[in-house]
Design a protein around this ligand. Structure first.
Ligand code: NAD
Length: 450
């Protein structure tokens, strides 16, 4: 038995029997059996079922949000926004699937056209930081395309994924189409990755585990998409609206207690405004309410586990430019921490901290800003702040990253592609692009000769 823990109180909220390879194999078998029927459900019926699921999620929103907050420790207002996004994701793919067009290609002697065919059984492996959201980013396009799935959530935060599977059955999505197996990644996840009846693995998690998944998938030439770590740069030029840039920077790194692959955990600031910016950043960060995630006004909760808290603490060994306060006593708390000035060569600027710690790094000019932003193995997200639109776009084009915002610190929208460059992975989630990752192109030539 495994206790599922509330990270704000360290109390067990549920006891679970963890699955092993046998249960995983049974889930793959169920998905394999369900696949031909699900593939043949008409597109409009598939869309109707996904819409029904979205509706049930909306009806169950408060319960799902509470469950996510108790399991992950994220503020209740964040969990509510995430549940709303999950419903939107299913609505989006219900509407998108009949717009995932093929092509007709001019050829001689006949016609040539393409179909998008489902892959079969798809394995989805998700992390603990946005359990319900990231599951939906994979489930929406996978199911819409006509695949069946086996979802393996992170074993410390499995509750909302389990609830989603229950809601899918209530929506009358047939049994076997959406299977959830909760078990250790090194056993159950690995079995899923190597399973001969699984056509693809869509993984979100650390770059280290992503590497082992690529290797494990090679044996059966599985399709793989990987959404991995990040060390995103928030580039602030002297000609930026500094109030706006400093005003949105704290939540961009301390949101979800910094446990966000898109966290702008390196803020690069032009030297002429460095001190001014750091002062404003400190003043803005002081406004963040840290505490009980179930309180309506909380903006930052605890970290997910004692292990995560200890890892984060290991990055703060010297004096911080500023460190806030966090509750003492039970719970895995760590205060918001600003380190400045930091060199891009320091460990805290090179590794993904995955906690509420930001490194502020000075730069002299446009060329150095680009060089520092790219001096990382990652390339997931980032921001560029400047009132000079041409410069902002020039710099944006030169930063090797899958997602960048200009004069904003946002990263994710239901209708736009999300994913990484470099060691942040490959493949895109969300938007129409995700549908390509859950289908194969089939080219058909038909002779029209008499
Ligand atoms: P993790 O890599 O430790 O685990 C992710 C999932 O993989 C879990 O379900 C885990 O049980 C499973 N797993 C572990 N070992 C496995 C193996 N050998 N074979 C198959 N599955 C295995 O990641 P985490 O600690 O849960 O999440 C944090 C990481 O996720 C961070 O690096 C973060 O940047 C990344 N992340 C990326 C994105 C993105 O979209 N790029 C989003 C969220 C989180």
């Amino acid at each position: 038995m495994k206790s599922v823990i509330n990270p704000a109180t360290e109390e067990a909220i549920e006891e679970l029997e963890l699955a092993g390879p046998e249960e995983l194999n049974a889930a793959v078998e169920a998905a394999k059996t369900a696949w031909p029927k699900w593939r043949d459900v008409s597109i409009s019926d598939r869309a109707r079922l996904l819409r029904r699921l979205a509706g049930l999620i909306e009806d169950d929103a408060e319960h799902l949000a509470r469950l996510e907050t108790r399991n992950v420790g994220k503020p209740i207002s964040d969990s509510r926004a995430e549940v709303a996004m999950v419903a939107d994701v299913f609505h989006f793919y219900a509407g998108a699937i009949d717009k995932h067009y093929g092509e007709t290609i001019p050829v001689e002697g006949g016609v040539d056209f393409t179909f998008r065919e489902p892959l079969g059984v798809v394995g989805l492996i998700t992390p603990w930081n946005f359990p319900m959201n990231i599951a939906s980013w994979k489930l929406g396009p996978a199911l819409a395309c006509g695949n069946t799935v086996v979802l393996k959530p992170a074993e410390i935060t499995p509750l909302t994924a389990m609830r989603l599977a229950g809601l899918a059955l209530e929506a009358e999505i047939p049994e076997g189409v959406l299977n959830v197996v909760v078990g250790p990644g090194s056993v159950v996840g690995k079995t899923l990755v190597e399973h001969p009846d699984v056509a693809k693995i869509a993984f979100t998690g650390s770059t280290e585990v992503g590497r082992s998944i690529m290797k494990g998938a090679a044996g059966t030439i599985k399709r793989v998409t990987l959404e991995l770590g990040g060390k995103s740069a928030n580039v602030v030029f002297a000609d930026a609206d500094l109030d706006k840039a400093a005003g949105s920077a704290p939540i961009a790194v301390f949101g979800n207690a910094g446990q966000d692959c898109c966290a702008r955990s390196r803020i690069l600031v032009e030297t002429s405004v460095f001190d001014t910016f750091v002062d404003r950043l400190i003043n803005e960060t002081k406004k963040i309410t840290v505490g009980d995630p179930e309180s309506e006004s909380t903006q930052m909760g605890p970290l997910v586990s004692a292990q995560q808290r200890d890892t984060v603490a290991s990055y703060v060994d010297g004096e911080a430019a500023w460190q806030g306060e966090a509750p003492s006593g039970r719970g895995y708390w760590f205060p918001p921490t600003i380190l400045a000035p930091v060199s891009n060569d320091d460990r805290v600027a090179r590794e993904e901290v995955f906690g509420p710690v930001v490194a502020v790094i000075p730069f002299h000019d446009e060329a150095e800003a680009i060089e520092l932003a790219n001096d990382t193995p990652y390339g997931l997200s980032g921001s560029v702040w400047s009132k000079d639109g041409a410069k902002a776009l020039r710099v944006t084009r030169r930063i090797d990253s899958g997602v960048i915002s200009i004069n904003s610190n946002t990263s994710v929208r239901v209708s736009t592609p999300f994913g990484g460059f470099k060691q942040s992975g490959f493949g895109r989630e969300l938007g129409m692009h995700a549908l390509d990752g859950y289908s194969e192109v089939k080219n058909v030539y038909m002779s029209t000769e008499a």
